[in-house]
Ligand binder design. Structure first.
Ligand SMILES: *[C@@H]1O[C@H](CO)[C@@H](O)[C@H](O)[C@H]1NC(C)=O
Ligand SMILES: *[C@@H]1O[C@H](CO)[C@@H](O)[C@H](O)[C@H]1NC(C)=O
Ligand SMILES: *[C@@H]1O[C@H](CO)[C@@H](O)[C@H](O)[C@H]1NC(C)=O
Ligand SMILES: *[C@@H]1O[C@H](CO)[C@@H](O)[C@H](O)[C@H]1NC(C)=O
Ligand SMILES: *[C@@H]1O[C@H](CO)[C@@H](O)[C@H](O)[C@H]1NC(C)=O
Ligand SMILES: *[C@@H]1O[C@H](CO)[C@@H](O)[C@H](O)[C@H]1NC(C)=O
Ligand SMILES: *[C@@H]1O[C@H](CO)[C@@H](O)[C@H](O)[C@H]1NC(C)=O
Ligand SMILES: [Cu+2]
Length: 588
């Protein structure tokens, strides 16, 4: 009932936006104050005292409304690019259904694992889970995996707004289809007429992700066979079938498009021929709008962009170019979608892409709209270094060598049946070393992290943190030096939940070790829980590239009911000894 009411309400708001005109957009922007409400010309407003100027880390609306969804995971055959393969679909589709809610609503999502031979665990990427770490869906950290046949309901408040995605955290499973977009409606830093919704972009493999993960662990990352834009693409082989995703625009209108990079391994730059993209949000953080022709999206990152349909009535290619600079691994370098103006003749576009320089590094023009500074004086007292290394610095190229990624010498290896929150529930402090667990006992302190990649094959890594937006203070090639501390950006640095740990371009044909790169981030301990920080390249997190923070441990059980772990853990304990397949990676 609630869901139906919500759908009707959002249809009504779309209907009203679709009938307005854009002629006055730039002149009639109202100031975002408590008396203005959200509309095509007043996107900065929200209502009831909330607006784009609200600091959502400390304040958010509580609507009292609960929006419910049911997601059932099944093992089925689909052909998103014309090639049939096993897909672990959600409600029979790939990508899974879009979950949407308003800022301040409670989401209640019931997940049913109807797979025969895998557990699962659903993570709501970038959702802060304020005081609800037990709903983060990270198996081995915040819950036991959901055994085949089991159901779990995740309930959490939408304290942020914007675009994100949900995905399985059970080994490489999201690569086989267990993912979908999330849209949380809220204010925006620029006006637009029509919300086109989410457009996930990913690399796509014809063997399953579990098969590819094994190949990656034995030798190196396998090449993707294709890429998908909004779950579809043509097959590059002649007569292979598939179709381009097609979006229709009306000349004169402004469109909001929500881009999500759900890749396993490949990085892209995206562009719409003949148009600029006005970027208004990076991950969940609203930013001062800027215009660009090409946009780099790392795995797990999101960008909300506005496209103004001012060009001639025609068809235009939207491009997702694989970046060789990231160590591209794709057999198709022609991943595209179609943006069609209403009234344009039918047929593939003939437009040419704008020139650009290949790269593998984040956007550098991210300025958060709500300004927040980081106290530089805390740096030296609260800094730790995390060294990222392949095989713990061991000799690569040895046959049969299983690839691992270590942090300070240890690859993370979780125990599905004994998640970190279970230790907390049982007041057991004997954390094994390979949980890579770092305690953060101090409340409301800024902790600083120097993430340094070292040694052989220091490829770029998209680093993602659960439970927080972090502050991105700086990044560079080579080795970090403490004298750099004074050059970091402490004044309104970018905030987001995924950032690139950079690396120099790989030497042609292998070659000698590179000198790596560094990334410095900080976050405030304002959310007690157990939070994973990991590389979002599916192979790398499976190979151990992760740590977990146990934040304000003593407060956790007072803030949430850890008894939510009990039933799924009991079912998992019963299933695991009978499982057909065994865990053969970090479990994440
Ligand atoms: C999916 O189905 C295939 C083919 O029947 C089977 O081999 C595989 O184990 C199934 N996977 C899961 C996770 O149930
Ligand atoms: C999950 O299922 C796939 C087959 O669909 C299999 O290859 C993989 O080993 C399974 N993993 C676990 C841990 O069950
Ligand atoms: C993505 O695909 C879905 C399902 O086909 C469609 O409803 C939606 O409009 C598409 N979105 C975009 C941005 O193309
Ligand atoms: C997605 O992220 C990966 C890894 O960061 C990157 O290689 C790829 O280019 C990105 N895709 C898009 C569409 O930006
Ligand atoms: C896109 O931005 C560039 C650089 O600011 C500008 O030169 C160009 O005219 C813009 N193109 C369109 C279609 O607005
Ligand atoms: C990280 O590597 C640097 C350079 O090799 C070394 O000085 C430092 O002790 C290492 N830190 C940790 C925590 O292992
Ligand atoms: C505490 O955790 C360890 C694993 O590190 C486990 O072996 C032990 O049984 C646990 N103790 C209790 C009392 O549950
Ligand atoms: Cu990585």
């Amino acid at each position: 009932m609630l869901l139906l009411a919500f759908i009707l309400a959002s249809l009504a708001s779309f209907a009203s936006t679709a009938t307005t005109t854009t002629s006055q957009t730039s002149t009639s922007t109202k100031v975002a104050d408590s008396s203005c409400t959200n509309g095509p010309f007043t996107r900065q407003c929200w209502g009831n005292g909330f607006s784009i100027a609200t600091d959502y880390d400390t304040k958010w609306p509580v609507t009292g409304k609960t929006v419910s969804y049911h997601l059932e995971i099944t093992n089925t055959t689909l052909a998103p690019d014309g090639y049939s393969r096993l897909v672990m679909a959600i409600n029979g589709q790939y990508p899974g259904p879009t979950i949407s809610a308003n800022w301040g609503d409670t989401l209640q999502v019931t997940v049913k694992n109807s797979l025969k031979n895998n557990g699962t665990s659903m993570h709501w990427h970038g959702i802060r889970q304020a005081n609800s770490c037990n709903m983060d869906g990270t198996n081995g950290i915040t819950e036991c995996p959901l055994a085949p046949g089991e159901t779990k309901t995740y309930t959490f408040l939408c304290t942020q707004f914007g675009t994100t995605w949900y995905h399985s955290h059970f080994s490489a499973q999201y690569g086989d289809g267990v993912l979908g977009p999330i849209v949380i409606y809220g204010p925006a830093t620029a006006n637009y007429d029509i919300d086109l919704g989410a457009m996930p972009i990913t690399d796509w493999y014809h063997p399953t992700a579990f098969q590819e993960a094994e190949i990656a662990a034995q030798g190196g990352p396998p090449a993707a066979d294709n890429g998908l834009i909004n779950g579809t693409m043509v097959n590059p082989t002649a007569g292979g079938g598939g179709a381009y995703n097609t979006v229709t625009m009306t000349k004169g209108k402004k469109y909001r498009l929500r881009l999500i990079n759900t890749s396993l391994d490949n990085h892209f730059m995206v562009s719409l021929d003949g148009h600029n993209l006005t970027v208004i949000q990076a991950d969940f953080v609203p930013i001062v709008p800027y215009s660009t022709q090409w946009l780099f999206i790392g795995i797990g990152q999101r960008y909300d962009v506005i496209i103004t349909a001012t060009q001639a009535i025609s068809s235009y290619w939207f491009r997702a170019d694989v970046q060789l600079a990231c160590g591209a691994n794709n057999n198709n370098f022609n991943i595209k979608a179609i943006f069609n103006y209403a009234g344009a003749p039918v047929g593939d576009p003939t437009t040419l892409g704008a020139a650009y320089t290949q790269r593998c590094s984040d956007e550098t023009t991210i300025v958060p709209y709500v300004k927040k500074d980081v106290p530089s004086g805390d740096f030296l007292t609260h800094v730790q270094q995390l060294n990222v290394s392949l095989n713990g610095g061991g000799v690569p190229g040895q046959t049969g060598n299983i690839v691992t990624w270590t942090i300070n010498g240890t690859p993370l290896d979780i125990d599905w049946e004994l998640p970190t929150l279970k230790y907390v529930q049982e007041s057991n402090d004997s954390f094994p070393v390979d949980l890579n667990l770092i305690k953060l006992p101090e409340a409301n302190a800024y902790y600083f992290w120097i993430i340094q990649s070292t040694g052989f094959l220091s490829v770029p890594h998209p680093i993602h943190l659960h439970g927080h937006d972090f502050y991105l203070l700086g990044t560079g090639l080579g080795a970090w030096d403490n004298s750099f501390a004074s050059t970091l950006q402490y004044t309104n640095p970018p905030r987001r939940d995924v950032a690139m740990l950079p690396a120099p371009a790989a030497p042609a044909g292998g070659g000698p070790p590179s000198s790596g790169g560094w990334l410095v981030i900080a976050f405030l301990t304002d959310n007690p829980g157990a939070w994973l920080m990991h590389c979002h390249i599916a192979w790398h997190v499976g190979e151990g590239l992760a740590v977990q923070f146990l934040e304000r441990e003593s407060e956790i059980s007072g803030l949430m009911s850890l008894s939510t772990l009990d039933a799924p853990c009991k079912a998992w304990d019963a299933y695991q000894p009978t499982a057909y397949y065994v865990k053969d990676d970090s479990g994440l």
